[in-house]
Design a protein around this ligand. Structure first.
Ligand code: SF4
Length: 377
């Protein structure tokens, strides 16, 4: 019997083809090259507030760089600094404020690093960080301590210790490939990486994390889909935060992936003033389902340094989930999750629907607020 990760035959170009060797430049590379990276470039297209200008100047000196793709920029309101798309990508001076309890490495990934570029926080999963590059640097990034530092894609040889660790830990069943943006790597690099993963038959599935359907949708090409299909048990985890991010280009990108047989999950980070109201989340989750993308997690903001202007009170997230429970079916409703500071793992949170249990009689509160008794057998 073949392993779950058997590599499918490659029905495209030669996997050894070096990056950028095609005669006609691929449109996504042109889009990536047009990324805005400086204050001067951004000022030409957006009317910046003082807070934004100070934020850009600060990040030019240190920290998470500025990078905004032309596609994502086209979704921003050029006149409104409170635009929910703009706030996700334009630096703000508020990033310089470090609130109590905030951490450089909020999920303790350094502590749980088991080999270079490999993190293991759960018995059955591991996280492989294959690049520090992103198309766009999200201002709330959990890995702001390491993305955009200029190292680029990790060479396959450098991942050998990580592969050796995986070989010695057959209990690991799922590998999350993240970064940075793994899908900014060339197809030939991805093919080589997937071939190496296919040699680890104890992996039931590989989850590739990518925000490119949202930030650089032109990257989703037939050639990329063919590379992803080489691992038949590959899932894509993408990251839409707002219904404005659902547009013809991102819908086309998701359709290509799903039509190629790649299931897509989405995680959304709950953020103050961006998506922390029931109408925005309802529109977002319904829009995702229409694109055949499953809303998987609604994440409470991680305690990242300089993120207090994004984070919402925990109780607010629970209230939102309660409202959404009455509005959305299970296919559209994600789990509300807190990734605990320090790396102790994710904790799912639910509004309290079981109000009382006594002598085998349970009082349940429905989404309409009715109390219903459920008797045990
Ligand atoms: S795409 Fe992901 S890894 Fe890159 S900056 Fe955004 S949240 Fe961070």
């Amino acid at each position: 019997m073949g392993s779950p990760l058997t590599v499918l035959p490659h029905s495209g170009r030669d996997a050894s083809e070096p990056q950028g060797s095609s005669e006609v430049p691929e449109p996504w590379r042109e889009d990536a090259r047009a990324t805005i990276r400086t204050l001067a470039e951004l000022e030409r297209v957006l009317r910046l507030s003082d807070e934004e200008r100070a934020g850009i100047e600060a990040c030019a000196r240190a920290g998470l760089p500025l990078a905004i793709t032309p596609h994502y920029l086209s979704l921003c309101d050029p006149h409104d600094p409170s635009c929910p798309i703009r706030r996700q990508c334009v630096p703000s001076s508020r990033e310089q404020h470090v609130a109590k309890g905030e951490l450089l490495d909020p999920l303790g990934e350094e502590t749980y690093t088991v080999a270079p570029h490999l993190v293991s926080r759960y018995p059955d999963r591991a996280l492989l960080l294959v690049t520090d590059r992103c198309a766009l640097y999200c201002r709330f990034c959990t890995r702001s301590r390491l993305v955009g530092q200029g190292s680029g894609a990790v060479r396959l040889q450098e991942l050998e210790p990580a592969f050796a660790w995986l070989d010695a830990h057959q209990e690991v069943r799922e590998l999350i490939v993240s970064g940075g943006e793994p899908l900014l790597m060339s197809e030939s690099r991805l093919d080589a990486l997937f071939a190496a993963l296919a040699e680890r038959p104890h992996l039931d599935d590989v989850r590739v994390a990518s925000r490119l359907p949202v930030t650089l949708p032109s990257r989703i090409t037939p050639a990329l889909c063919r590379s992803l299909r080489r691992l038949p048990s590959l899932w894509l985890m993408t990251h839409f935060n707002h219904p404005k991010e659902i547009c013809s280009a991102s819908a086309r990108a998701c359709a290509q992936l799903v039509d190629a047989g790649i299931p897509i999950l989405n995680h959304t980070v709950l953020m103050q003033g961006i998506n922390d109201d029931p109408d925005t989340l309802t529109a977002l989750f319904r829009g995702l389902v229409r694109m055949r993308v499953k809303p998987y997690y609604l994440l409470q903001g991680d305690v990242i340094v300089g993120s207090s202007h994004f984070r919402t009170p925990l109780e607010h997230g629970l209230q939102l989930m309660e409202t959404l429970q009455g509005r959305l079916s299970g296919i559209a409703l994600p789990k509300f999750v807190v990734d605990t500071p320090g790396g102790a793992g994710k904790v799912p949170l639910e509004p309290r629907y079981l109000e009382r249990s006594e002598s085998g009689q349970h009082t349940l509160r429905t989404f309409r607020g009715e109390r219903v008794t459920y008797p045990d057998p």
